[in-house]
Ligand binder design. Structure first.
Ligand code: P6P
Length: 367
């Protein structure tokens, strides 16, 4: 380990800009500038989350959002920071926030060519307990010739051009994909920069952790109950999985992407469409999950034989990444009809999620 200071610091801006260089003259840098606005928001929220207890930002703001949930003061602050920063960037046309009943259509003077859907402070019920919370965002490029309408965001998640989250905990971790794999950046508060610390995040094809709110077990549909029992009471001598559930999607998904396993918040007999929101929770997390590459194996295979490697490389690249499904449908294929609609979510290691899907396939076959 060199004791020389690192003089080749890769900041988020530099890392994303590098992609622009690859694009050559066609690169406008607009996405980079938009991501800079999101970084600024994340830094501001990180600062306020960290000092919340000291400056009395804990507790209810006295309002309730469209979800009927009591808004915490930090929710309101985070939403205002995000809206103002994105509008000021001059790169957005439509904004959708979990905290706002209606979409925001940016005035012509500040209008740009991207649409951002976001949950400014997800997991807010954990704020008072000091548990990790986060900002989740997804970015669409506006449709050709559009000036920014609801139709620019009522599109499948597969049409997003970027997605990510910032998790606020012992440090601020921003995890981002622009469609070429997933990278993680850690905020160096002294520099005020997000530094590349987790290049090319990979998810193991199978993990050992399941993350569900089992307090809802009496409402689970049969495929979910059967799947969880297969993890808790495994046959053929396998060891049971471990249960980990924080109740903050950003934290539970972050652990799942890094360690593998499965996260699930399914629809059930109580919540017919599930709890998580499709546009600004499920879509961004699904995009990230599918972009995480399982290329670890490839590096080893490459050393074996040329031809085999090339065939395997093609197969793995096509197959690589995690899976994000409702149980019966790829999440990124859903076409939203309402900006706040909810959906069933299972995501994580491809072998674990495939095991879950088998129980839904068995149910469908039995009908
Ligand atoms: P429950 C937080 O309110 C949230 O939207 C997600 O962050 C989290 O995954 C889920 O709800 C937790 O819901 O019902 O387990 O408290």
């Amino acid at each position: 380990m060199s004791d020389q200071p690192n003089t080749n610091i890769i900041t988020l801006t530099r890392h994303v800009l590098a992609d622009q260089f690859e694009l050559g003259p066609v690169a406008s840098g607009d996405l980079t500038l938009l991501l800079t606005a999101i970084q600024t928001t994340s830094k501001f929220i990180a600062t306020n989350v960290r000092k919340a207890r000291l400056i009395n930002l804990i507790g209810l703001a006295g309002e309730t959002n469209i979800q009927g949930e009591e808004q915490k003061k930090l929710d309101v602050l985070s939403n205002d920071i995000m809206i103002n920063s994105l509008r000021a960037s001059g790169k957005t046309a439509v904004l959708v926030s979990e905290e706002l009943d209606e979409a925001v259509f940016i005035d012509e003077k500040h209008r740009g060519k991207y649409c951002v859907v976001f949950d400014p402070l997800d997991g807010s019920s954990n704020i008072d307990a000091g548990v990790n919370i986060g900002t989740i965002f997804g970015i669409y490029h506006i449709r050709p010739d559009s000036k920014g309408t609801l139709q620019d965001v009522l599109r499948p998640g597969s049409e997003m051009v970027a997605a990510g989250y910032t998790m606020y905990g012992s440090s601020a971790n921003l995890v981002l994909t622009t469609g070429k794999g997933v990278n993680g950046y850690t905020l160096d508060a002294a520099l005020g920069e997000f530094i590349l610390t987790h290049p090319n995040i990979r998810v193991p094809p199978r993990g050992k952790i399941y993350s569900f709110n089992e307090g809802n077990s009496m409402y689970f549909h049969e495929p979910v109950t059967k799947y969880l029992n297969s993890l808790k009471y495994p046959s053929n001598g396998k060891l049971p999985y471990s249960a980990r559930y924080i109740g903050s999607m950003v934290a539970d998904v972050h652990r799942t992407l890094l360690y593998g396993g499965i996260f699930g918040y399914p629809d059930d007999k109580k919540s017919k469409n599930g709890k998580l929101r499709l546009l600004y929770e499920a879509f961004p997390m699904a995009f990230l999950t599918e972009q995480v590459r399982d290329l670890e194996v490839l590096n080893d295979v490459w050393k074996v034989t040329g031809l085999t490697c090339i065939c395997l490389f093609i197969w793995f690249v096509v197959q690589a990444g995690g899976i994000a499904t409702t149980g019966t449908k790829r999440i990124l294929d859903i076409v939203p009809t309402d900006i706040h609609q909810r959906c069933s979510v299972f995501l994580g290691s491809k072998d674990d999620v495939a095991d879950l899907q088998k129980f839904y396939q068995q149910e469908a076959a039995a009908k």
